[in-house]
Design a protein around this ligand. Structure first.
Ligand SMILES: N[C@@H](CCC(=O)N[C@@H](CS)C(=O)NCC(=O)O)C(=O)O
Length: 203
């Protein structure tokens, strides 16, 4: 059975959610963050060379990096669900957003989180971070004005991957700044599979 190494209150919830969407049996090994540093505990290093989540073990395979894990699970267990056909134009758009979430959109949001902890010492970086967040989340908001889901009219695994960055952005800025993103997050969070994953294994 697939083993998911899940750090609580982290982006690894996307993997338990995806497995619920796929109806694929899995077990979860859950790790608590250090209450003071918010970092992962050292035990996670036993499976993750970087000490980060998510990681999955499936038979003899151990995989880290959420985009690669999502791609693997959809290819192996999707049976045509949650991704467009690989030879379609939609697939290229799907893969673009699967990569974009962690590869580009996450960076300014993570910088806001970390640089915010520097308080006034981080002030010189604030304008660039804010303009990049406006650039990325504004772009996602515009895209979601044209379609209900990021890769097209249908929900896909690219939405699972993009969810964490937009949820984090709404935590920082509230629900009014990007209305299409807010409606999108509401759509995603109302999915039974999302709710089941979080109820059973935590955020
Ligand atoms: N790009 C990686 C990011 C992995 C990552 O940084 N995970 C965070 C959870 S949000 C983590 O494990 N942090 C704990 C730590 O750095 O100690 C992915 O998407 O899998």
């Amino acid at each position: 059975m697939i083993e998911v190494h899940h750090l609580k209150e982290s982006r690894s919830r996307r993997i338990t959610w995806l497995l619920e969407e796929l109806g694929q049996p899995y077990t979860v090994i859950s790790y608590d963050r250090d209450p003071a540093t918010r970092l992962a505990p050292p035990e996670l290093k036993a499976i993750s060379p970087l000490g980060k989540a998510p990681v999955i073990r499936d038979g003899g395979r151990v995989l880290f990096e959420s985009g690669a894990i999502i791609d693997y699970l959809v290819r192996r267990y999707g049976a045509g669900r949650l991704a467009p056909a690989i030879d379609s134009d939609d697939y290229d758009r799907y893969m673009q957003f699967l990569q974009y979430a962690e590869g580009s959109a996450m960076l300014p949001v993570m910088l806001k989180l970390y640089v915010g902890r520097l308080k006034e010492a981080g002030a010189p970086l604030h304008p660039r971070i804010e303009s990049e967040i406006d650039n990325h989340i504004g772009f996602i908001n515009d895209e979601l004005g044209k379609r209900d889901y990021i890769a097209g009219d249908d929900f896909s695994a690219a939405d699972v991957q993009l969810s964490f960055v937009v949820q984090l952005a709404l935590q920082f800025y509230g629900k009014d700044k990007w209305p299409n993103v807010t409606a999108y997050v509401d759509r995603l969070e109302s999915r039974p599979a999302y709710q089941k994953a979080l109820a059973e294994h935590g955020a």
